[in-house]
Design a protein around this ligand. Sequence first.
Ligand code: BV8
Ligand code: ZN
Length: 241
Amino acid sequence: MTIDPQIKEAREHLIRARAVAVLTGAGISADSGVPTFRGTDGLWRNFRSEDLATPEAFERNPRLVWEWYNWRREVIAAKKPNEAHYALARLEAGKQNFHLITQNVDGLHRLAGSKKLSELHGDIWKVRCTSCRLVSDNRDVPLSLLPHCRTCGGLLRPHIVWFGEALDREVLDASLSAVESCDVLLIIGTSGLVYPAAMLMPTAKAHQAYVIEVNLDPTPYSSDVHLSLQGRAKDIVPLLL
Ligand code: BV8
Ligand code: ZN
């Protein structure tokens, strides 16, 4: 099978790279059947994620927000990592200096064996008490609604960063230092619309990293990256590594 010259170019940069950073978005999990945020399949009862993934929505109607997350947990619980997730876990094993930054909350990178991983927007399989702030694992599918803290009885919320909420400082700092020191930044399956995650690409470029994008469609990044590979993550990513 002829290896597309772009893919050959990307492979050469990745092989030569001493330090590699990867940024993923919902597109890498789309190949596992997880609905993306902004694709048509991402809607639920005609709500947009921006309407439900906010502290105000949870304040106003915690049951509705928990019903949405229950639906997503049910969908995700049945999904498996795909060849793109596994290829990244292999790349991590093969590189001295590697860091995977994901905007996804589905836990599929961890399931595929990725260890050097920053989950910018939290983890759908963790809950946090709104009173005592205790964070715990919770894999109940479905979750009994409304869930309360076993320690203090407070209302539990998803341990996820909502719109208008600050990202965890340490997670963001680790991600920034990874893109500031990498030789190659590989961006897979993100529309590049959500901040501050969207700042990671320009930051990498400002630090002379070689930036490669893998996406089904053109994105706001496409004209700024060094190499934009158009296609499905599960088909392209394994060819790069
Ligand atoms: C903050 C958790 C401040 C929820 C998420 C105006 C301008 C700039 C910024 C803002 C603004 N107005 C508001 C903001 C800030 C806001 C923001 O960026 N809004 C956007 C919508 C404009 N950001 C925030 O609020 C952040 N916080 O700024 O706080 C602050 C500071 C200090 C103190 C207090 C407050 C918090 C952002 C985090 C929000 N939470 N997720 C949940 O998951 O339930 S973000 C949500 O979007 C998901 O995490 C998702 O991962 C993320 C990004 O989406 P993508 O991953 O890119 O997915 P998407 O569907 O968009 O695209 C999929 C892509 O894959 C597409 O390109 C598609 O072509 C491609 N694709 C599809 N299939 C495939 C594929 N590619 C390859 N192969 C395939 N098979
Ligand atoms: Zn509590």
